[in-house]
Design a binder for this molecule. Structure first.
Ligand code: FBP
Length: 553
C-alpha cells in the first residue's frame, strides 16, 4: 500500500468488524452437523459426479465453552474474478480466524487469482500486510484473475505448490463459476488423498450467488450504494436543470439485481429488468416503445427530463438479440481468419450481414452502427460476449430518439429529448466496504477459518440472519454440491452452481413492479447520498432493499 492514505482510510482502519456470537471466542467453535444434503437439481447426476463430497451435512457453529486446541496448519487464499468491496476483510477475517485456531498457522496469498496457485506465485501474509488493508476496498493486497481452475494439470500443479508450503487448506473467494471450480478441486483433492481441504466464499457485486443459505454475495451492498448515490445525484441534477434524459447502464453481467436494487433505492422513471424481458419475450422494438412512451408522457406533462436504468446484461436477454449473438459467436469462431483479415469497419459489418441467416441479419441491420461493431469484439476466455463493452445505454438512447422523431412527424409527440449516457460499474467495485460488507466479509473469512478448523472440505462459508444484529448472525458452512445442478455449457452438460437471477415472483421485483408506473409519471427520486461509515446506526448499518424485502416476506 502506498504511504499516503486518506483521512477516511486512516480512521476506518480502526473499525472493528462485528462477528457472529458463535465466533467471538475464536474460530475453534463447536460444529453442529445437520442432516445429509442433496443438490439444487439433477440430484442423481450430481451424486454420481461428486462421489466424495455429495450429501455432506450442513454445518452450524455454536460458541465453544473453551477454545479447543487445533493442530498447526498452513492455508492459502485466492481471490477470483471481478473485484468486490470487502475482499480484504474476508482475508483479514480468515487470517485472524486461523491465528485464533493456532498462532503458528500461516496464511499464504496466491497472486493474481487462480493463476498464482498454478504458477506458484504467492506471498506470506503477515500482521503488517493484513493491518494495512483492514476495511479497505479493492483486491490489490494479492490481486485477482479470471483463469478457470478446472483441469487436472492445474489441480496437480496446485497440489505440488501447496505441498511445498505445507498448505493443508485453500480458500477460494469467488462467484458461482469460481465456487463451482472450488467444488471440483475439493472433490479431486479428496479423491486423490491430497490432504488439502477447499472452502469457498460467496463474492460478486452482481448479487447472483445466493440461495436460502447464502443470503447475499459480498460487495453487492457497497456497490449498489455507490451507484445509488450517483443515480440520486443525477436525478437531482435532472430535476434541477430539467433538460436531460439520463440513460444509465449498471453492471451485472447477467442478472439484473443491481439495476433492481438501485431502482428500489432511487425511484427512477424507468428501469428495465432483463429477466422480465426474457420471460415476456419482449422484443427490442417493444423496449424502445416502452421507454419512448414514458418520455412522451412526461413531456406531455411538461417534464422533458428523466432517469432510466438499463442492466448491463440486457442484450443477452432480448430473445432476438440473444439468438443473433449465438449465431455471431459461431460465425466469428468459424470465420476467425477471414473476419480478422478485414480492417475496415463497414466491410466487417457487410461481411457479417452477408453470412448471417436472414432473420438474424435483419436484427443486426436494425442496430446502430456502434453496437454492430461492439457485438463483434473479442469474446472473454469463456467465449462470452463482453457485455460491459456493449454500450446498450447509447443504443437505447439513440433508438428512443429515432422513435420519438417518428412520433413527432406523426404529431403524437411534441417534447424535447436530449440525452446523457452513463455506465456505472468500475466506480463501485473497489469502494471502501460499507459497514454491512465490512462486517459480513470479515465474518465470512472468519467462518471459513472455522470450517477449516472443523476439517471439512467442499463447503461454502455461510453467514445468515444478516438482517438482524450481528449477535444473531448464524455462522456455518453449506456443502457446495447442495447448490449445484446440471447446465448446458459450450455444448456439454456440466455441474454448476445454480445462478440466482431476479425472481419475478420475488418480493423485491413485485414491490418495484407495483411502483414503477407511479415513478414513471411523477418525479419521485430518492437521493441516498454517500455511504456513511460513522454516525447513527440507521444510516450506517442499512441492509439492501433487496435483502430487506426478501427477508420480510
Ligand atoms: P464477478 O462475477 O467475477 O464478480 O464479476 C462481476 C463483474 O463486475 C460484472 O458485473 C461485469 O460484467 C464483469 O465483472 C466485468 O469484468 P471485467 O472487468 O473483467 O471485464
Amino acid at each position: 500500500m502506498s504511504a499516503a492514505v486518506s483521512a477516511l482510510q486512516k480512521a476506518r482502519a480502526a473499525y472493528t468488524p462485528k462477528l457472529p456470537k458463535a465466533l467471538r471466542n475464536g474460530a475453534a467453535a463447536k460444529a453442529i452437523t445437520g442432516e445429509p444434503t442433496a443438490a439444487a437439481g439433477d440430484v442423481e447426476k450430481i451424486k454420481a459426479l461428486f462421489t466424495e463430497n455429495f450429501g455432506s451435512p450442513m454445518v452450524t457453529f455454536e460458541a465453544a465453552a473453551a477454545a479447543a486446541a487445533v493442530s498447526e496448519f498452513n492455508a492459502g487464499v485466492i481471490l477470483s474474478g471481478g473485484q468486490a468491496p470487502g475482499g480484504h476483510n474476508v482475508i483479514a477475517g480468515l487470517y485472524d480466524g486461523l491465528k485464533s485456531l493456532n498462532k503458528n498457522n500461516k496464511l499464504y496469498g496466491f497472486l493474481k487469482g487462480p493463476d498464482g496457485l498454478v504458477k506458484n506465485e504467492y506471498i506470506e501474509l503477515t500482521d503488517e500486510i493484513i493491518d494495512a488493508y483492514r476495511n479497505t476496498g479493492g483486491f490489490d493486497m494479492i490481486g485477482s484473475g479470471r483463469t478457470k481452475l478446472e483441469k487436472v494439470e492445474q489441480f496437480e500443479a496446485g497440489k505440488k505448490h501447496c505441498e511445498a508450503l505445507n498448505i493443508k487448506a485453500l480458500v477460494i473467494v469467488g462467484g458461482d463459476d469460481s465456487n463451482t471450480n472450488a467444488c471440483l478441486l475439493a472433490e479431486y483433492y479428496k479423491k486423490t488423498n491430497a490432504g488439502i481441504r477447499v472452502v469457498g466464499c460467496p463474492k460478486t457485486i452482481d448479487g447472483d450467488l445466493k440461495n436460502e443459505y447464502i443470503e447475499a454475495s459480498f460487495g453487492f451492498d457497497t456497490a449498489c450504494r455507490v451507484y445509488s448515490e450517483l443515480i440520486g445525484n443525477i436525478g437531482r441534477d435532472a430535476n434541477s436543470a430539467k433538460k436531460y434524459w439520463h440513460f444509465i447502464k449498471l453492471m451485472g453481467r447477467s442478472a439484473s439485481h443491481i439495476a433492481l436494487e438501485c431502482a428500489l433505492q432511487t425511484q427512477p422513471n424507468a428501469t428495465i429488468i432483463s429477466e422480465e424481458v426474457a420471460e415476456k419475450k419482449t422484443t427490442l422494438a417493444e423496449i424502445v416503445d416502452y421507454l419512448a412512451s414514458i418520455v412522451a408522457d412526461r413531456a406531455a406533462n411538461g417534464m422533458n427530463f428523466g432517469v432510466a436504468l438499463i442492466p448491463e446484461g440486457l442484450v443477452e436477454f432480448i430473445p432476438e438479440v440473444k439468438a443473433l449473438i449465438a449465431e455471431l459467436n459461431d460465425l466469428l469462431a468459424k470465420e476467425e481468419a477471414a473476419f480478422g483479415a478485414i480492417t475496415e469497419a463497414d466491410e466487417k459489418i457487410a461481411f457479417l450481414l452477408n453470412k448471417l441467416s436472414a432473420d438474424k441479419a435483419a436484427v443486426y441491420a436494425s442496430l446502430p452502427r456502434t453496437i454492430q461493431l461492439q457485438l463483434c469484439l473479442d469474446r472473454d476466455p469463456h467465449g462470452n460476449v463482453q457485455v460491459s463493452l456493449i454500450e446498450t445505454e447509447k443504443m437505447l438512447a439513440e433508438m428512443v430518439k429515432t422513435k420519438l422523431a417518428s412520433w413527432k412527424a406523426e404529431g403524437k409527440y411534441n417534447g424535447k429529448f436530449s440525452t446523457q449516457t452513463h455506465f456505472f460499474g468500475y466506480e463501485g467495485r473497489c469502494a471502501a466496504p460499507s459497514n454491512f460488507d465490512a462486517d459480513y466479509c470479515y465474518s465470512l473469512g472468519y467462518t471459513a477459518a472455522a470450517l477449516l478448523g472443523a476439517n471439512v472440505t467442499g463447503y461454502m462459508s455461510s453467514v445468515r440472519n444478516t438482517m438482524l444484529s450481528a449477535d444473531e448472525w448464524i455462522a456455518g458452512g453449506i456443502p457446495i454440491t447442495m447448490m449445484m445442478n446440471m447446465e448446458r455449457r459450450h455444448g456439454e452438460d456440466k455441474p454448476v452452481i445454480k445462478k440466482a437471477l431476479v425472481e419475478l415472483d420475488g418480493a423485491p421485483f413485485k414491490f418495484f413492479a407495483s411502483k414503477r408506473e407511479e415513478w414513471a409519471k411523477t418525479t419521485s427520486y430518492v437521493y441516498p447520498g454517500p455511504i456513511q461509515y460513522f454516525g447513527p446506526s440507521e444510516v450506517c448499518d442499512l441492509c439492501t432493499k433487496t435483502l430487506t424485502l426478501e427477508q420480510s416476506k
